[in-house]
Design a protein around this ligand. Structure first.
Ligand code: GLU
Length: 484
């Protein structure tokens, strides 16, 4: 029977210790000590360039008018368009959107995608809204963005975030296109669209897959694993995940398929545990059927939504919202590696506690950048008007076939059927997206880790990531010729 307890995952949001944007400013101030840039240039980077707060009326299902509050913040225009998701949540507030927009600037810089950072938010609870109401809100929000020039393929390109998905992006693209019917590139005004509406294979799972690639690579460094008392690689590593939404589910799936063990998961209705491992696909099916995860066969309930964060594990993955590991629970966190799949899940105070315990904290601005990386591929696909792999897939398959034939002819031995199937094909769009994302995450991690290793005084990956990102943004401002 479906659960009727009237709680939503938004219950995870408790009052913050202080301003989220304030936290980002703190990270910024700490990181710039290790850089040598003009103070006025750093000031230009630090704050948000444009903050658009809007209110607009929408007719609800009863025909009454509701006034909706919403935001779009563009943090940095050192590169255009600006880029970032739109959050649908009743807890949306200006400070949060500003913080998330700033994180997008740094995230894009770290993974080398040529965008400035932005973020949007609509103060609405998507679970309590009808689909019709959500559509009216989304279309009106898009119209407000058009009116103020806050959306466009070369201006600002939204994407899904917490509470939104491909459906909302399709509504946005359609609304935008009605204003610019002759713009050949109109579809590139948002990313994260359905495949049938200009989306790209692999975007749905991109953030979770990026978390997997990033953590897997972090676990390949023997000296780092030795320090934690862990083996190199993911095989058998015990993982706890907060949140079985899009990011949490896909991360869980890739880790599970990659040989790790998902021992604890939490959702809005509580946390579950199974020392022998939880199958993410079975859990998702259970969650969809029962509107929650508590009661999943073979698991035991260990407490509320925060309990999974506190289990003893090798890798902890908060994949829900900000402010989840804070000064209330930091002492009780017992992981060796923490990967911030959500944006801002660990407060600066909690981070200090974890670092003192020797935890390797892999920061959000790197580890959850898979989403925007694949958004970049989608944007490129839209602008080039051709699917990745379309031109060369068959050619490659034929070439591979010819090479195999030649090798078999020369050696006189037969390649096995299994190897044949692996080699005898060209890359399709999903293969190319996965490969591009893997390369992106590996490169970015190495850049951050090298900066930490090579900079005296930087002892954590977040400071290294901020320093790396701010440096890149500063250099691109300098390249614009504004600063010497
Ligand atoms: N909302 C996602 C993020 O926080 C994706 C942004 C995008 O694809 O533009 O990174």
């Amino acid at each position: 029977m479906a659960k009727t307890r009237k709680r939503t995952v938004e219950n995870l949001t408790e009052k913050r210790e202080h301003s989220f944007f304030g936290d980002v400013l703190k990270y910024f101030d700490h990181a710039v000590q290790f850089l040598d840039h003009d103070p006025s240039l750093l000031e230009q980077i630090k704050y948000c360039n444009s903050v658009y707060r809007m209110r607009f009326p929408v007719k609800n299902d009863e025909g009454k008018i509701e006034v909706i509050e919403a935001y779009r913040v563009e943090h940095s225009h050192h590169r255009q368009p600006t880029k970032g998701g739109i959050r649908y949540s009743i807890h949306v507030e200006q400070d949060e959107v500003m913080a998330l927009a700033a994180l997008m600037t740094y995230k894009c810089a770290i993974v080398d995608v040529p965008f400035g950072g932005a973020k949007g938010g609509i103060k609405v609870s998507p679970r309590l809204c009808s689909v019709g109401m959500l559509e009216r809100i989304t279309r009106r929000y898009t119209t407000e963005l058009v009116k103020k020039n806050f959306i466009g393929p070369g201006i600002d390109v939204p994407a899904p975030d917490y509470g939104s998905g491909a459906r909302e992006m399709a509504w946005m693209a359609d609304t935008y296109a009605t204003f610019y019917p002759t713009d050949l590139n109109a579809i590139a005004c948002v990313t994260g669209k359905p495949i049938t509406h200009g989306g790209i294979q692999g975007r749905t799972e991109a953030t979770g897959l990026g978390v997997y690639y990033g953590v897997r690579h972090a676990c390949s460094y023997k000296e780092d694993m030795d320090r934690l008392g862990l083996e190199v690689g993911l095989e058998g590593k015990r993982i706890a995940i907060q949140g079985m939404g899009n990011v949490g589910y896909w991360a869980a799936k890739f880790f599970h398929d990659g040989g790790a063990k998902i021992i604890a998961v939490s959702e809005w209705d509580g946390s579950i545990y199974n020392e022998n491992g939880i199958n993410p696909d079975d859990l998702l099916a259970y969650k969809n059927e029962n509107n929650g995860i508590v009661g999943f066969p073979g698991s035991k309930e260990i407490g509320g939504p925060g309990a999974a964060l506190e289990v003893e594990c090798d890798i902890l993955i908060p994949a829900a919202l900000e402010n989840q590991v804070n000064s209330d629970n930091a002492d009780r966190i017992k992981c060796k590696i923490l990967a911030e799949a959500a944006n801002g899940p660990v407060t600066p105070e909690a981070e200090q506690t974890l670092l003192k315990k020797g935890v390797i904290l892999i920061p959000d601005i790197f580890i959850n950048a898979g989403g925007v990386s694949v958004s970049y591929f989608e944007w490129l696909k839209n602008l080039s008007h051709v699917r990745f792999g379309r031109m060369e897939k068959r050619y490659r398959a034929t070439m591979n076939h010819n090479i195999l034939d030649a090798i078999e002819g020369a050696s006189g031995s037969k390649v096995s059927e299994e190897s044949m199937n692996l080699i005898n094909r060209g890359a399709d769009e999903r293969d190319l997206v996965y490969s591009g994302l893997e390369e992106t995450m590996i490169n970015a991690y190495d850049n951050i880790r090298n900066r930490m290793r090579d900079t005296e005084g930087i002892n954590d990956l977040r400071t290294a990531a901020f320093a790396e990102a701010i440096d890149k943004v500063a250099i691109s401002y300098q390249n614009l010729g504004i600063w010497p």
